[in-house]
Write a protein that binds this ligand. Structure first.
Ligand code: CO8
Length: 258
C-alpha cells in the first residue's frame, strides 16, 4: 500500500513506520492520521509483523497536530467530525507491541502519539511538550491524561500550563521514556528492542501488553486479579510448555505462537 505522508518498511518481522512530512516537522494533518491508523491496523493484522516501531526524522518525531489545517475550524466542525476520534482510537486498539523512536520534537499530538506507543526510546536531542495552551486550546489526545500517569501531576501541570519543553534527560528521569541514546542510535536501538520482542511468543507479548495497559483502567485489586488470570491462561499455550522446557534443558526456546 502506497502512502503519501508515512513510509512503511517491513524487515525482520518488524514494521518500521516513519512519519514523513519533513516540511512541517511531521505535523499530524488529517491525511497523516488517516494513513497512520490504516498502516497500524494493517501491521496489527499482518502475520509477518511481530512488533512495530514508529518514528519520525532527526529533527522531529512530530510537532503536533497540523495547526494550519485546524486553525479555522469551528466547534461544530471538530465536534461534528469528532476530530481525530475514530482514527486515534484505531491506533489505541493495536494489540502488537509498539515502540516510539523519538528524535527531536515530540510536541502536542506528537508527544501524545509517542505516549500511545508501549514505550518510548529517545535521542539526546528529544524535546517533549504539551504547548497547546499557547494556541488557546488544551491537549486533546492524552496530554493531560497519559502524561499525568507517566510523570505525575506536578510535572504534567507544569508542562500543560506553561507549555515548556522537557529534554531527554528530564524525560528519562521522570519516567516518560524508557531509554535515552545518542540521537543517531535511536532507530537502531528501537529496532534492536523490537527484534528482542519479536523473538518472544506473540501470544505472550500480547498478553503482557494487555495486562500492563489494564493497570491504567482498573483498581490494583482488579488489576492483580486480571494479571493472575492472564498468567494462569498462559498454561493453556504450547509456548508456556516450550519456554519452561527450554529453560530446564538449557537451550533457547522455539516459540510457535500457539
Ligand atoms: N502544525 C503545522 N505546521 C507546523 C507545525 C504544526 N504543529 N509545527 C511546525 N510546523 C511548520 C512551520 O509552520 C514551518 O513551516 P513554514 O516553513 O511553511 O512556515 C515548519 O514546520 C518548520 O517549523 P518552524 O519554522 O517553526 O521551525 P523552528 O525550528 O523554528 O521551531 C518548533 C520548531 C518549536 C517545533 C515550532 O515549529 C513550533 O512551536 N511548532 C508548533 C508546536 C505546537 O504548538 N504543537 C501543538 C499543536 S496542537 C496539538 O498538537 C493538539 C493535538 C490534539 C488534537 C486532538 C483533537 C481532539
Amino acid at each position: 500500500m502506497a502512502y503519501e505522508t508515512i513510509i512503511v518498511e517491513i524487515e525482520d518481522q518488524i514494521a518500521l513506520i516513519r512519519l514523513n512530512r519533513p516540511e512541517a516537522l511531521n505535523a499530524l494533518n488529517s491525511k497523516l492520521v488517516d494513513e497512520l491508523s490504516r498502516a497500524l491496523t494493517e501491521a496489527d493484522q499482518n502475520d509477518k509483523v511481530r512488533c512495530i516501531v514508529l518514528t519520525g526524522n532527526e529533527k522531529a518525531f512530530a510537532a503536533g497536530a497540523d495547526i494550519k489545517e485546524m486553525s479555522e475550524k469551528s466547534f461544530v466542525d471538530v465536534y461534528g467530525e469528532d476530530l481525530f476520534g475514530a482514527k486515534i482510537e484505531a491506533i489505541q486498539r493495536v494489540r502488537k507491541p509498539m515502540i516510539a523512536a523519538v528524535s527531536g520534537y515530540a510536541l502536542g499530538g506528537g508527544c501524545e502519539l509517542a505516549m500511545m506507543c508501549d514505550f518510548i526510546i529517545c535521542g539526546e536531542n528529544a524535546k517533549f511538550g504539551q504547548p497547546e495552551i499557547n494556541l488557546g486550546v488544551v491537549a486533546g489526545i492524552g496530554g493531560t491524561q497519559r502524561l499525568t500517569r507517566f510523570v505525575g501531576k506536578s510535572k504534567a501541570m507544569d508542562m500543560n500550563l506553561t507549555g515548556r519543553f522537557m529534554d531527554a534527560a528530564e524525560a528519562e528521569r521522570s519516567g516518560l521514556v524508557s531509554r535515552v541514546v545518542p540521537t543517531p542510535k535511536v532507530i537502531p536501538e528501537a529496532m534492536s528492542a523490537a527484534r528482542k520482542i519479536a523473538e518472544k511468543s506473540a501470544v505472550t507479548a500480547k498478553a503482557v501488553k494487555e495486562s500492563v495497559n489494564r493497570s491504567y483502567e482498573v483498581s490494583l485489586r482488579e488489576g492483580l486479579l486480571f494479571e493472575r488470570r492472564s498468567f494462569h491462561s498462559m498454561f493453556a499455550t504450547e509456548d508456556q510448555k516450550e519456554g519452561m522446557a527450554a529453560f530446564i534443558e538449557k537451550r533457547e526456546p522455539q516459540f510457535r505462537d500457539k
